[in-house]
Design a protein around this ligand. Structure first.
Ligand SMILES: [Zn+2]
Length: 409
């Protein structure tokens, strides 16, 4: 339910004839006392006299299209018999949406939930500003679109969901848009992974490109598990836009603070640095993590000679300290995952790091507490750089890592 509300609210940008959304919870609403129920092999349609003239056309279209959707999804037997409800008036439609906690938007004329499809009747639909130019053909496709959401839900193996993917497959299998003129490379990397705020025609174009460029078996992996979709961002971006996915971003603010941002699982565990000071034997700086998993951690390189030779101090927001030396490319831990009380724990808690050269020894401080002394340092001067990496890979796409650093002036 929650998912569908979000996706509806955001789809206000949608152009053209569209209208549908998916939700996962069951909430049938009685249409009225004059409801007519037509019981078919694979579905029951509940309607009133207001839409009686179009019922046989809707049914014959569904009977053509539902088996195609099932075959595409690999569904031998739908989990339930589909229940379709067609609301006779705009008021009854609004009341239904209100009863299930969905906000009314003028362009929304259908939605799906737990083997149910709910639709405003076609004659009322034609009176709406958003749909006045639509034909009955558009309307029938919307019914199929809502059915696809149900079939898709049946084959999902993960509870994670991506609105862009959900609407893309529903629009694709319902053949709702002419996508010939859509240039996918005009859209940002993030656009393809949004849970709301996209154009349905673009979602359809993106899914079409996947379907035509990969085996059906491979495509179904994306459909079944949104994690798989998020985890393959890099190759999907390449397919859609022919450009490389941005691995990470460093942003510099006027106050001298830096931000490291990544949501790319391919970047997991690897490193990025941003130089703060060169050729120094001491530094003091703040760091904090605003989002992402604790495993990501944040900290600083110091006495850095090059990528193969440096010290690194890193903490995690759940309170662990790591100090490492990398010499000629080989890492050794000086402090390995020690719980340190002076670390302020939690997201968005700023921690102060310092390294001071005290008569040739390098003293490491967290929030002014001495946490480690490097007695015989390999190097005492070098570059100081903010350190960013991301972990764990599986959560990055929907839980991106955002770190902030500020060097004391
Ligand atoms: Zn939809």
């Amino acid at each position: 339910m929650k998912k569908s509300i979000i996706s509806i609210l955001a789809s206000v940008l949608v152009l053209g004839n569209f209208m549908g959304c998916a939700n996962d919870e069951s909430n049938a609403t009685d249409i009225s006392e004059e409801t007519i129920s037509l019981d078919k092999t694979s579905y029951i349609v509940n309607y009133t006299a207001a839409s009686a003239d179009l019922i046989s056309d809707i049914c014959s279209y569904l009977e053509e299209e539902m088996p195609k959707v099932n075959e595409f999804m690999g569904i031998d037997k739908p989990a339930q018999k589909l229940k379709i409800y067609i609301y006779p008036t705009l008021d009854s439609w609004k009341k239904h949406l209100s009863d299930i906690g969905m906000s009314y938007e003028e362009w929304i004329v259908g939605h799906a939930s737990n083997w149910q499809v709910h639709m405003l009747n076609f004659h009322e639909y034609k009176k709406l500003q958003s749909h006045k130019n639509d034909t009955f053909d558009h309307y029938k496709k919307t019914v199929v679109h809502e059915y696809v959401h149900n079939a898709h839900f049946q084959i999902k193996t993960s509870t994670n969901s991506c609105g862009f993917l959900n609407e893309g497959i529903a629009s694709h299998l319902a053949q709702q848009y002419d996508t010939a003129k859509i240039n996918l490379s005009a859209y940002s990397d993030d656009y393809f992974f949004k849970s709301s705020g996209y154009s349905y025609a673009v979602t359809q174009a993106a899914i079409e490109k996947m379907v035509t460029n990969m085996s059906h078996e491979e495509f179904l992996k994306y459909l079944k598990d949104a994690n798989y979709y998020y985890n393959n961002k890099e190759s999907l971006i390449k397919l859609w836009t022919d450009r490389e996915l941005k691995k990470y971003e460093w942003k510099t603010y006027n106050d001298g603070s830096l931000e490291f941002y990544t949501e790319n699982p391919a970047f997991s565990g690897s490193m990025s640095k941003k130089t703060l000071k060169t050729n120094t034997d001491s530094f003091e700086a703040f760091g904090k993590q605003d989002s992402g998993a604790a495993a990501s951690g944040y900290g600083f390189f110091f006495a850095m000679q090059d990528w193969q030779n440096f010290y690194r101090i890193r903490i995690t927001y759940d309170g662990s300290l790591y100090i490492q030396i990398r010499k000629d490319g080989t890492y050794n831990y000086l402090v390995n995952s020690e719980n340190v009380d002076c670390i302020k724990t939690g997201l968005s808690q700023s921690n102060n790091f310092a390294v001071k050269n005290n008569s040739g020894k390098l003293e490491c401080y967290i929030n002014s507490n001495l946490v480690y002394t490097i007695e015989n340092p390999e190097w005492t001067t070098g570059e100081v750089a903010a350190y960013g990496a991301a972990s764990p890979a599986t959560s990055l796409a929907y839980n991106p890592v955002r770190l902030k650093y500020l060097l004391n002036k």
